[in-house]
Write a protein that binds this ligand. Structure first.
Ligand code: SAM
Length: 247
């Protein structure tokens, strides 16, 4: 006779039996449960191209750009102290593009957001005589008035477009769409951008990867990406419009 049948009061026997069965069931369950624990981490992914908040309207955005560009003291500095130094640096960039076969003396060229036009002057000095700049504020004869979200040029006008003001675009896809529209098939677009540090307080967007910029181009291919030292901008991205990309 065992202990269970012999000594326990009869009233406790069902209780002990159910306790034993429960323990057996729990042991079975623990064997079925996977041993490893899964940690779920929620990462909030920051987009690689962020539009800055704080512009209440398109007019407010334009006004902010104009506040700096029309500042008389700054205009004086840009057209005197900064003039020669900036032309020299831009000339080096354009000479290098010529050597790499991306720009030639016969190119019809546009500089987008050219302010007082040192980059246009540099193009002319390296031999690209058919060059013009565009900015919200004109600076004749080098720079004509225009908004890069709606370029004042016909489709397929230019062989070459240069800009170091992508960060000033409130609508980056329009900025790029207008370049693709006004570039001839086979034409080259060169952008100087900042991806490793934030651009200035007049910027309208922040770019955190070259990939996010490349994604905006629908009718161009990337030709080159390289590091540069261009007035606070660190990356040169070169695009070429596909030959079969007519409107
Ligand atoms: C950082 S500055 C660059 C000037 C010039 N590229 C240089 O390196 O000396 C930015 C320029 O972009 C111009 N800009 C800003 N928003 C613009 C827009 N929507 N259309 C055309 N130009 C614009 C400003 O007026 C300003 O001259």
């Amino acid at each position: 006779m065992n202990l269970f049948t012999q000594k326990l009061p009869i009233i406790l026997k069902p209780f002990i039996l159910s306790l034993f069965l429960s323990l057996l069931f729990l042991a079975f369950l623990s064997l079925q449960t996977p041993r490893h624990t899964t940690t779920t981490t929620t990462t909030t992914h920051k987009p690689d191209l962020q539009i800055r908040r704080g512009y209440s309207s398109y007019d407010a955005y334009i006004q902010r750009q104009l506040n700096k560009t029309l500042n008389p003291k700054l205009r004086k500095i840009w057209t005197t102290r900064d003039w020669t130094r900036k032309i020299q640096v831009f000339s080096q960039f354009f000479n290098s593009l010529k050597q790499r076969g991306l720009l030639s003396n016969g190119s019809k060229a546009l500089c987008i957001g050219a302010r007082v036009g040192q980059e246009v002057e540099a193009l002319k000095r390296v031999g690209v005589s058919d060059s013009i700049g565009m900015d919200l504020v004109p600076y004749p004869p080098l720079v004509i008035k225009g908004d890069f979200h709606h370029q004042p040029f016909d489709n397929e006008t230019f062989d070459f477009e240069f800009s170091n003001v992508f960060d000033h675009a409130l609508y980056p896809s329009k900025f790029v769409g207008e370049i693709e529209r006004t570039l001839k098939p086979g034409g080259v677009c060169v952008l100087h951008v900042s991806v490793s540090k934030r651009a200035d307080k007049y910027s309208a967007n922040d770019l955190y990867s070259v990939g996010a910029l490349v994604k905006l181009f629908k009718r161009c291919q990337v030709v080159e990406v390289r590091n540069v030292d261009g007035f606070g901008l660190d990356t040169e991205v070169v695009f070429r419009k596909k030959m079969n990309e007519r409107l």
